[in-house]
Design a protein around this ligand. Structure first.
Ligand code: ACO
Length: 334
């Protein structure tokens, strides 16, 4: 069974409510219908009702009993505004400002998740990453014990010899432009957990990537990764994690044996931690476009699940991201 088939099976076993702030997007409407038909999630669409219905008609989708909520008219908007005001008044938000924000589809959706009226959120078919991330960070915040939110890209590669039968988990490719050594270490530990808990990777083997392997180059950028390795070992002594490693040493057994002999990770890594957002984001897009991998993104470290799409996403990308969100919601309810 593939990673995504396992995710679908789990999502169906305990169906969660997933809210979509972009209810007037045709792909989102089609995805919501598919999610309901497949029993993967209970979708909720946000937006102006007429605009959602028009999108459904254009897409040829039957909305049936899918709840449609217009934040500009909802009876809950005032309560959400009050809750937002309480959460953010120390940061200078006044009640009028909170009312305005609560009437926005993105803030409304994130407040639904925060206040328990939905179990998770998926957006990004229309909005940018920052449009969703900023309110999610401000309102939902991090899980206890986790200092930063980051992302994992689940890359399913055509070559089964790579990673975990073709699955590689990349981080961070979405959130943190320039992580410190401490933040890189935290990202590594959190990503290993995502690989295990969400993707079913039995033994995560984490490679901390660089342009150097085990001191082959000297540079302050390399020193940062070496420091991150040291901190990650302190944070999670039992985790199989090594670095700094170049990607060939991390992935190819013969190269790993030559460049990093004795490493528990080299040549067999299934989790790749990139030193910054430029390298991570570039790597995932190249793996997808040149390497022919399928890519699924999840945010990790948020106290409740909210996930981002690429604006070029397909209907099935939205369906799969919602299924992953639902499985994250099952775990956050425990
Ligand atoms: N983890 C936890 N909290 C965070 C994080 C983080 N990684 N980053 C910011 N925060 C908190 C801040 O402490 C702040 O909290 P506060 O307001 O309660 O004090 C709040 O979130 C907002 O932070 P700001 O600094 O105001 O927000 P910022 O303008 O830095 O935006 C953001 C944060 C959106 C994550 C920014 O770093 C960003 O734009 N990252 C890159 C996103 C991106 O464009 N990715 C690439 C494309 S995605 C793709 O290709 C699929």
């Amino acid at each position: 069974m593939s990673m995504i088939e396992r995710v679908w099976k789990k999502a169906k076993a305990d169906v969660k409510r997933i809210v979509f702030p972009e209810g007037d997007d045709q792909r989102t409407v089609l995805a919501a219908v598919k999610l309901r038909e497949e029993g993967l999630a209970k979708p909720i669409l946000l937006g102006e009702e007429a605009a959602i219905r028009a999108a459904a008609e254009k897409a040829g989708a039957e909305l049936g009993d899918i709840p449609l909520i217009d934040p500009a008219k909802s009876e809950k908007t005032e309560a959400y505004a009050q809750a937002l005001y309480e959460l953010r008044k120390a940061k200078g938000l006044d009640l009028e400002g909170a009312r305005k924000l609560a009437g926005d589809v993105m803030y409304y959706g994130i407040l639904m998740v925060q206040l328990g009226d939905a179990d998770g959120l998926v957006s990004g078919a229309v909005h940018t990453t920052g449009d969703m991330l900023r309110p999610a960070l401000q309102i939902i915040r991090t899980k206890p014990g986790i200092r930063i939110v980051s992302s994992s890209f689940l890359m399913t590669c055509p070559n089964p010899e790579l990673g975990d039968e073709g699955l590689l988990v990349y981080a961070d490719c979405i959130v943190n432009p320039c992580p410190t050594a401490e933040e890189l270490a935290q990202i590594a530990v959190t990503t290993a957990r995502t690989a295990h808990d969400l993707c079913g990777v039995e033994v995560p083997r984490v490679a901390m990537l660089s342009f150097s392997t085990k001191g082959s180059a000297k540079h302050e950028l390399v020193s940062k990764v070496q420091e991150a390795v040291r901190i990650a070992h302190e944070l999670a002594p039992d985790l199989l994690l090594d670095g700094e490693l170049q990607p060939d040493a991390a992935l190819v057994p013969e190269v790993g044996a030559r460049k990093a002999p004795g490493s528990p990770v080299a040549g067999r890594a299934n989790v790749l931690i990139y030193p910054d957002l430029q390298s991570g984001n570039i790597a995932y897009k190249l793996t997808q476009r040149i390497g022919g991998a399928d890519a699924y993104a999840v945010l990790q470290g948020l106290n409740k699940p909210c996930n981002d799409l690429s604006r070029g996403c397909s209907v099935m990308d939205i369906v799969n991201t919602a299924a992953l969100t639902a499985v994250q919601a099952q775990a956050s309810g425990k």
